[in-house]
Design a protein around this ligand. Structure first.
Ligand code: GCW
Length: 665
């Protein structure tokens, strides 16, 4: 097989130069497959070569069961007591040889890319044996791709990188791009992909049956990279595709239909991963129509998948999107917990409840969803959003790894277990499309890379992950480029937070497309995303004492911390409390002054970011520089718009002037 390097498509974090250290060595890589191809390719470019058995090598990449193993590898294995395990690898230096050993091809592939990432240092000095294994078994990207171009959402729902890499003009695309994607994902540790939108429209429903061949082709493209394919299905499939009168999960014909259909799927794709389901959510069909629970719904599919080792990812994003804004007792933040916590223990082992990281919807700042703490007897997936729906839509620089690191490292209790430890899968909505840079904004590639790396090891430092990405993508990256990219990206999530909705209150975006400011855009709509600003204050009272009681969904100490106006962290204040403008924050500023200050500062930071990039003209590739520059121009414009709309809105509401007398309109 050749290395997929589609023409006209940016190499992202796998440019030829990133393979210099490996490709200039003598490499012993027995066995056919992707790794051997990679080594041959890299060596042809950089002057190294494949070593034969018995020959001296600088790098050994071998499965533990390979025969014969070179002496260095045998020594490393003999010196290591434990088992290596699935998807895992040992890395060591012995007698001047760098050794990677794994029990399975996936583990070896991850080990190979680890050596690529390390570059020259992988071949220097001694290195005691390191055992690398992923924190969670499944690290998955969900595509919200449609086959058809949806009249409102386009081809990729919430996609900001062009069309789908899987389909164009209603038909499957050439697989080269898919293979290149698989290669990039393997290099950052992702091992599962759901290929289509969770809002399953009429055409896409057929991927489960008569268009299954298209899914099989994608699976063929991704399989060599250790990636399994999953499919979003509509809960109404028995009706829509099977001609049955019902989709009732307890109906015998419905159960038989899913069983037989799933058998066909596995007959076509033996390593198929499973189904993803958005049910009873934003208009999608689900078990409620039949008076059944979401456990009934999920278990129906889990039972059909179980004989083949498949899983169903059942999304917990269930809420009333037709609520009356006048009704202050309904709180969208409560919905997932209210629906699902009572069902803990009722889901099958191969049903994975997929929970968005926050209780509302991928906002720039939310508390961690209390559902994650409430379901100890249920397998959970934590869902992140790499596509920047609410974080600048890949027009703004917004490096999200610091946010994900906070979320995955959050501890509900004092016992050391963090969110990552509670999750069996880590999932995110992909930000990739058929754009030549993959992600629209070239710097948004870093989010995709960082997602994979943090899903592999949630405790990695986001700045160190950024360094990895810089070193690979811009190999060889000079100090100035590295410093500048850190200055632009490390704090970019907080910068975005500063110029958009304040202190966890969320939304304030234009309804529909969700880009740019519109403070009251959602205030009198049925969507449940309100800020309740009036002349005296702003924020949502979610306390047990006087509000919606959402704070009670957290275990102590958080149920108390969030309940208390004095103890609630500033950055989440307006998520949990309705607060007067004169309220003094823990940082010493009044609420209103904090709003003004952060919005002036955030917009200014965006302008500084653009200046930093301007200075890099000539030191990065011209097209890439121009693409980022064009996006930064828009970010600066948009950040100014946010600053002015938010500050003006609150000045007019409160009548309280800015202490520094800056211009507010
Ligand atoms: O954030 C919202 C998006 C919808 C999306 C939904 C979901 C796929 O605005 O476009 O639908 O979340 O997560 O299901």
């Amino acid at each position: 097989m050749t290395i997929p390097e589609p023409t006209g498509v940016h190499a992202a974090w796998l440019p030829p130069q990133a393979f210099l250290a490996v490709g200039s060595r003598r490499v012993f890589a027995p066995g056919a497959g992707v790794i051997r191809d990679e080594v041959v390719h890299a060596c042809a470019r950089h002057g190294g070569r494949l070593a034969d058995a018995g020959e001296e090598a600088d790098l050994v990449l071998a499965l533990t069961m390979a025969e014969p193993l070179p002496a260095a590898a045998r020594a490393v294995l003999a010196g290591y007591a434990g088992a290596i395990g699935e998807q895992s690898y040992l890395l060591a230096r012995h007698d001047g040889v760098t050794v990677v050993l794994a029990d399975d091809p996936a583990g070896l592939l991850y080990g190979f890319f680890h050596v690529v990432r390390l570059g020259e240092p992988a071949f220097r000095g001694p290195r005691a044996t390191e055992h690398h294994r992923p924190a969670v078994h499944r690290r998955m990207l969900d595509h919200w791709d449609n086959i058809d171009v949806h009249p409102v959402m386009g081809q990729v729902e919430r996609g900001y990188s062009g069309g789908s890499i899987f389909w164009a003009d209603g038909a499957p695309r050439d697989l080269d791009r898919v293979r290149a994607y698989g290669r990039l994902l393997a290099a950052c540790g992702v091992n599962a992909v759901a290929v289509n939108n969770v809002n399953v429209h009429a055409t896409e429903a057929h991927l489960l049956t008569d268009r299954l061949g298209e899914v099989a082709a994608i699976a063929d493209g991704l399989r060599p990279y250790g990636i399994r394919v999953h499919l979003s299905v509509t809960f109404a499939s028995p009706i829509v595709l099977g001609g049955l009168a019902t989709a009732d999960p307890l109906d015998a014909d419905v159960r038989a239909w899913w069983r037989e259909t799933t058998e066909q799927v596995y007959a076509t794709i033996p390593d198929f991963g499973g189904y993803v389901v958005k049910a009873d959510s934003e208009g999608q069909p689900g078990p409620f129509a039949y008076g059944r629970s979401h456990a009934d719904g999920a278990n129906l599919l889990a039972d059909a998948l179980a004989p083949f080792g498949g899983v169903v990812h059942w999304r917990a994003f269930v809420y009333n999107h037709r609520q009356d804004w006048r009704d202050r007792t309904t709180d969208r933040a409560r919905a997932a917990f209210d629906h699902f916590a009572p069902l803990d223990g009722l889901f099958r082992d191969n049903a994975v409840l997929q929970v968005k990281y926050g209780p509302i919807d991928f906002q720039v700042r939310e508390p961690v969803s209390p559902v994650i703490a409430a379901m100890p007897r249920t397998r959970l997936a934590v869902e992140l959003q790499v596509t920047q729906e609410y974080t600048g839509q890949q027009r703004h620089v917004c490096y999200l790894a610091p946010m994900w690191s906070d979320v995955l490292g959050f501890r509900f209790w004092g016992d050391g277990r963090d969110v990552a430890a509670l999750a069996s899968d880590i999932v995110a909505v992909s930000n990739v499309g058929d754009d030549p840079y993959w992600t629209g904004h070239p710097l948004a590639q870093a989010n995709l890379y960082a997602f994979g790396r943090l899903a592999w090891n949630p405790h990695l430092d986001p700045a160190a992950v950024l360094d990895e990405w810089i070193d690979l993508t811009f190999a060889p990256a000079g100090d100035e480029l590295r410093r500048t990219l850190h200055a632009m990206m490390d704090g970019s999530w907080r910068t975005y937070e500063r110029y958009t909705a304040p202190l966890g209150v969320g939304f304030m975006v234009r309804p529909g497309h969700h880009y740019g400011p519109d403070v009251d855009g959602y205030e009198y709509t049925p969507w449940g995303t309100y800020h309740f600003a009036d002349r005296d204050g702003v924020g949502v009272d979610r306390t047990r004492a006087t509000g919606t009681g959402f704070t009670g969904q957290y275990p102590p100490p958080w149920s108390q911390v969030y309940e208390s106006l004095a103890d609630c962290p500033d950055e989440l204040l307006l998520f949990f409390h309705h607060v007067p403008y004169g309220h003094v924050l823990r940082n010493g500023s009044t609420l209103i002054q904090h709003i003004y200050d952060t919005h002036f500062a955030g917009a200014e930071e965006a302008a500084q970011t653009r200046l930093l990039w301007d200075k890099l003209a000539g030191s990065v590739e011209a097209d890439l520089h121009a693409r980022v520059k064009e996006r930064l121009d828009e970010q600066v414009r948009c950040a100014g718009e946010w600053r002015d709309q938010i500050n003006t809105y609150f000045l007019r509401k409160s009548g309280i002037p800015d202490a520094h007398g800056r211009r507010i309109h």
